[in-house]
Design a protein. Structure first.
Length: 185
């Protein structure tokens, strides 16, 4: 885990851990995601999702697409995950990254700790070459987080998302994590 993670736990004198998500975490992750749906344009889902729907999402994250949760005093305060970049075979070594933090816990550094942990996993794997994030252009906190971790701006798609009665631009950020891939399929 990163230095912020250790500092958070020591300063606040709380029990903290970043760990792989389990099925039992789906209700907490669903609540966090539904808050993002209701209050932000971090996702373009419009309607809150059920735990069953998020269960399908969870099940799609097999071993090669991990989900991590940040737990503080037995409460999930955020999560991050890697998903396939695309369905075509040629995207095999590319992943999308997502990070969601509980609305009441933003600004506490949990997003940075989650980013550090998931990128550590991506860098350690021989089957991940690049990590891509799609970020709404007005989400300056997420853009700043990604840039702090070395992500580079790769492009903008104008007015691709529609939410809260207006169109939104989507930025693409990318981080190269591994220069060599062990096997070619």
């Amino acid at each position: 885990m990163g230095p912020l993670f250790l500092l958070q736990c020591l300063l606040k004198e709380v029990k903290c851990m970043i760990r792989y998500a389990m099925r039992d975490d789906i209700p907490a992750m669903t609540k966090i995601y539904n808050d993002a749906i209701k209050y932000s344009n971090a996702t373009y889902d419009i309607n809150p999702q059920s735990e069953a729907q998020r269960g399908v999402w969870f099940d799609a994250h097999q071993e090669n697409n991990p989900i991590l949760v940040f737990e503080v005093d037995d409460k999930i305060v955020g999560y991050t995950g890697l998903s396939p970049f695309g369905s075509d075979d040629g995207y095999l070594y590319s992943v999308n990254l997502c990070i969601y933090v509980d609305w009441s816990n933003r600004g506490e550094g949990y997003g940075s700790d989650l980013m550090f942990a998931i990128l550590d996993i991506a860098r350690a794997r021989q089957d991940v070459h690049t990590v891509v994030s799609e970020i709404t252009s007005s989400n300056v906190a997420s853009i700043a987080l990604h840039e702090r971790f070395g992500f580079e701006f790769r492009g903008l798609v104008r007015e691709v998302g529609y939410k809260f009665g207006e169109f939104h631009d989507m930025c693409y950020y990318q981080l190269m994590v591994n220069g060599k891939i062990l096997s070619q399929t």
